[in-house]
Design a protein around this ligand. Sequence first.
Ligand SMILES: Nc1ncnc2c1ncn2[C@@H]1O[C@H](COP(=O)(O)OP(=O)(O)O)[C@@H](O)[C@H]1O
Ligand SMILES: [Mg+2]
Length: 425
Amino acid sequence: MKVLIVGSGGREHALAWKLKQSPRVQALYCAPGNAGTAEIAVNVAISVEDITALVAFCKEADIGFVVVGPELPLTLGLVDELAAAGIPAFGPSKEAARLEGSKAFAKDFMKRYGIPTATYGVFNNGQRAEAKAFAKELPGPWVVKADGLAAGKGVLICQSQAETEKAIDYILEEQAFGGAGASLVVEEYLEGQELSLMAFSDGRTVVPMLTAQDHKRIFDGDQGPNTGGMGAYAPAPIGTAALVAQAQKEILEPTVAAMAAEGRPFKGVLYAGLMLTEKGPMVLEYNARFGDPETEVVLPMLDSDLFDIMEACSAGGLARMTIRWKEGSCVTVVMAAAGYPGDIRKGDVISGWQQVPADVTVFHCGTTRNQQGQAETAGGRVLSVTAGNADLQQAVDLAYQGVAALHFEGCQFRRDIAQKALRQR
Ligand SMILES: Nc1ncnc2c1ncn2[C@@H]1O[C@H](COP(=O)(O)OP(=O)(O)O)[C@@H](O)[C@H]1O
Ligand SMILES: [Mg+2]
């Protein structure tokens, strides 16, 4: 089988790395890919939002299966277009991807089906006064979210009423997020620990993966601005079997059942961003695809053939599959470019590859190959340095040995990845 992976980050490198291990995958392509995927797949220079070109390439290259990494092509309907061309794919349809593509849709959906989530209201530009009045009724802090995709920047947590009113105007009136902010969600602030719960779904059956926790802030101790994620570990000690069973019953199963009942069955990865509150797990948001960097720690723990699972998600039959996980833990430390998450430095050569311990896996995020064939920095998050071990502390130590070996100008990384999990043990 010839397989195309769409995307160019650490998630897609990890997907390529895991799919490469399947005896059923004969040839692997990645669009557009990065310097890491170039080592194990053929990179194809098509951007993820060029749906027409992606479908045309699949026909031309006789691609038998497509794995869609990022949310943008999903919400643009790539999976639907591929289906129309007779090409099976892993990922939700455009209609199903609305769970991620519209926070207002997701909130209304959860309300309709009694899926636990924060109290909220949805407002457009004509309803700014209503939005502010609604916020006044909520105890602070206040959460204001642009409705559409905003590359992880569309959520504003406000400490005062004044700040909340500014956030509402910023999104609706000033259109800070463009069309993604044509409407917004104002919601109650939930206290607790966050947990990433990703699950495979074939539209009827939903099977949770190992839980993971990521580290969103740029600096140690969860300080500084939000990023795409500076590291992760799996499984998360707070994601106990009892908690996952509760989330399966109260969140994952009702979500998949209701999406099917509404005529938009959800296939692919259903990712519930959970807040573990005193009242139980509540949904902060849905994502319609693998998380990044969660994928870099969850896939190395997967013992089963990923291609078989993905095919079952696409064609149906997930209920008949056994999905096995490895013992132990996996940790990834993200090495980011100078300036990240603001304006970043690019074009620096990455060195130290020979000194990386053999049992460390380096997934590339924002990298490209230069004229000399060397990997160069080309994005905010550059590398995701990953290690697994029976013992979490050993996995952490190993990952940091990999980080110590690698170098590029201005590199920044957190030194406390997985410390939360180590404290909880
Ligand atoms: N209701 C809430 N209560 C507390 N924190 C929240 C709430 N909603 C979002 N957050 C915080 O903001 C982050 C981003 O929000 P999320 O809904 O996941 O949007 P996105 O990932 O699309 O930016 C969450 O990871 C969480 O830390
Ligand atoms: Mg999120």
